[in-house]
Design a protein around this ligand. Sequence first.
Ligand code: F6P
Length: 344
Amino acid sequence: MVSRFGILTGGGDCPGLNAAIRATVRRADQQNVTTFGFRNGWEGVLQSEVEQLTLASTRGLLHRGGTVLGTSRVDPYRERDGVRRIEDALEVHRLDGLVVIGGEGTLAAATRLHVDEGLPIVGVPKTIDNDVAETELTIGFLTAVATATEAVDRLHSTAESHNRVMVLEVMGRHAGWIATFAGMAGGADAILIPEVPFDIDAVGRHLRHRAGVGRDFSIVVVAEGAEPVPGTMELPEHPMDEFGRPKLGGIGHTIAHEIESRTGFDARVTQLGHVQRGGSPVPMDRGIATRMGVHAADLAIAGDWGRMTAYQAGRIEPVALADVAGRLKPVPEELYRVAEVFFG
Ligand code: F6P
């Protein structure tokens, strides 16, 4: 019988995490199961920083961005005695399992802990990047798309007034979901994503062609992880962050510079940065987070470990964590081809 389980949020934050925490706690409470929140992702488990969550402590969270539990990119497999310390934390706090709300990195650690060490874990997918495999949507993605779309809309009017090229850089480390959705929703004239290497000469020709037919301004949306066709353009080296990942951001400036030198057009850059990760979740994110939170609690209470709550064809389905880890979900070519129809 499961009577107590822990919850953590790991990796980059996103809108909807609090809604998921609230829903998990509410469902568990309804079934007389007690929940405990670890602070700052895996770090809180390693440090045994934990407190009981209650209906009172999770009230009023539905619409709030960020995560009241805090988050970090700490990976237990990169910490000394990480696995043993996680096992100890579960034992000391007499937890029957853990609900881990995270993106690709956090869920990869969760999967290893479950598969290799046999720890009882349920995963919930979140990331504005929407690149987690097996789920059509991750918590936070639709809010980031709404924010990025608003940015495209705002750039449109000023681009038009000044006859400029506006380059909007959005997040998307391995996959260009935000760029594709926001670019399509805002009517971008070019969208550059990691899945489709770009040729900057072709981009320049395309923008000149637009000007030639009287379209004197253009909007280019670029995902931070976009890559040029090898040999066509150099990108500056990225420094590494403390977790061994390249610190992305800044490609928009390189692209704008290359466009200016190829076309002679005036180009400006907006790097949306962490604005797209902040703020209140859109209604659909609140709904997905709520549904996934309830399902995650149900899986934990049933002792159905090693699963992740996935959004598939409008339903929340349990999938095997082992099928998720180590894989990413790229933007499918057919979707990009639809967005491309409007690059005229
Ligand atoms: O959460 C994923 C992500 O949004 C990536 O697209 C981005 O590269 C990264 O977070 C940046 O996060 P941070 O500034 O927290 O390291």
